[in-house]
Write a protein that binds this ligand. Structure first.
Ligand code: GAL
Length: 411
């Protein structure tokens, strides 16, 4: 009898250990100030699946500059995270899908009815041959200019609508000893570049850069770098040492007037700094881009061969659900791409972004994975270095054209 009891106890213990050992590793760059939205989602997951040990694995560094390198090493080393953050677009399809490393999510999309709730443009970015590979958790806007309304009033300045207006405002602000536009480390300057490119070229030629109808060293595209140089002359000199949050901080404190950043800045301003959209912080489309929305989306999928497939699938179900998206996005500063999202839960800024997303012309972000393949995107950092060290529009334009050819951009 004793023996039988002991055997039963042992097997019960083993069963509970197995139940305990259910795991889910979520890999992203949403650390520190970028963390609250993901943490809210993880909390919902834990409430639904208390037996699962969730590891929220983050690698700090805005726009995934460091996380993407770690991810590459893990994927190549046969140690994929259960689910990882990736941008909708070629960052996903041109790398992990092309290499056959992702599971097809068609069945899950069918089960959840997602083909009907996500916009077609976004479904196209996350699918190849009609098969969806990830679940988008948000839509962010890249071309937003942020400011402190009280400071602008104090200085007698209104947000410039075009780059020419900006250059005039730049002079006024510099005469007062205020930095007109704050920038940070390399990727944030590339981020600024895409807004300058759109504002200089307009949406049709901006798109023509990515489909290769407009050469990067054509006179029109060289003009983008010339404008970019004029814009940089209106920025701070300590850019390389600043994170995107530190650049925003300077706008909040009134040391700088404007910052151009994606609307994760709205998340930081409202969730972390507790400022109110419209009064505590102001926002407007970056100069010359009103009516166009540079979009990007963060997404998660199911890598091939992971151990915790059921846990990942449940994670994806939550991530794509209305409840999951409406818990995550109001904290993140992004909007839900779902057509049934409850906008009453969102800030005044996000409500305006949701309106613009429905009515504006939509184009993709370079820096955040949507417009170009990953080789072009990562080599563009070098193009930026070339520009910053030579200040030559032609040299940068030629370098961009060379990497476009080498990386088969637009193919
Ligand atoms: C983007 C990402 C955003 C935000 C931002 C700053 O690439 O899509 O969700 O995290 O980087 O790190």
């Amino acid at each position: 009898m004793k023996k039988v009891l002991a055997a039963v106890t042992v097997s019960l213990l083993a069963a509970s250990a197995a139940a305990q050992s259910k795991q889910l590793e979520i890999f992203s760059w949403w650390a520190g100030d970028e963390g609250p939205a993901l943490e809210a989602l993880v909390k919902l997951y834990k409430a639904k699946y208390p037996a699962v040990d969730v590891q929220n694995a983050t690698v700090t560094g805005g726009s995934g500059v460091n996380a993407r390198a770690v991810l590459k090493t893990r994927m190549l080393g046969g140690d994929p995270p259960d689910s990882f953050q990736v941008h909708a677009g070629q960052e996903l399809t041109g790398t992990w899908v092309a290499a056959g490393r992702m599971d097809d999510l068609s069945a899950l999309y069918k089960e959840q009815g997602w083909n009907k709730v996500f916009p077609k443009g976004l479904l196209d970015l996350i699918s190849t041959n009609g098969k969806p590979w990830v679940v988008p958790v948000n839509v962010h806007r890249s071309n937003v200019m942020w400011y402190n309304p009280a400071k602008l009033r104090e200085w007698g300045i209104t947000p410039p609508k075009t780059w020419d207006q900006f250059f005039a405002t730049c002079k006024t602000l510099q005469a007062k000893g205020i930095t007109p536009l704050e920038v940070g480390e390399n990727w944030t300057q590339q981020h600024l570049w895409e807004s300058v490119a759109l504002g200089t070229l307009g949406p049709a030629d901006y798109l023509n850069l990515w489909n290769r109808k407009l050469k990067f060293n054509s006179p029109k595209a060289i003009k983008v770098w010339e404008n970019f140089g004029k814009v940089l002359a209106c920025t701070n000199t300590d850019a390389s040492g600043l994170s995107w949050q530190q650049a925003i901080d300077k706008v909040v404190s009134g040391e700088a007037a404007f910052n151009i950043m994606g609307d994760w800045a709205a998340g930081y301003l409202s969730t972390t700094l507790k400022l109110e959209a419209g009064t505590g912080f102001g926002y407007v489309a970056s100069p010359g881009t009103n009516g166009t929305f540079i979009m990007l989306a963060d997404a998660f999928g199911l890598p091939k061969g992971v151990k915790n497939k059921t846990e990942v699938t449940n994670w994806l179900r939550l991530l794509g659900s209305k409840a999951g998206q409406d818990a995550f996005n109001p904290l993140k500063g992004s909007i839900s791409p779902r057509n049934d999202s409850d906008l009453s839960k969102y800030s005044k800024y996000s409500q305006s972004a949701a309106r613009d997303f429905r009515t504006n012309k939509i184009v993709g972000s370079l820096v955040h994975g949507a417009a170009a393949n990953e080789t072009f995107m990562s080599n563009f950092a070098t193009v930026m270095e070339i520009y910053l060290s030579t200040k030559s529009a032609t040299k940068a334009a030629n370098a961009a054209e060379a990497i476009a050819t080498q990386s088969n951009l637009g193919k």
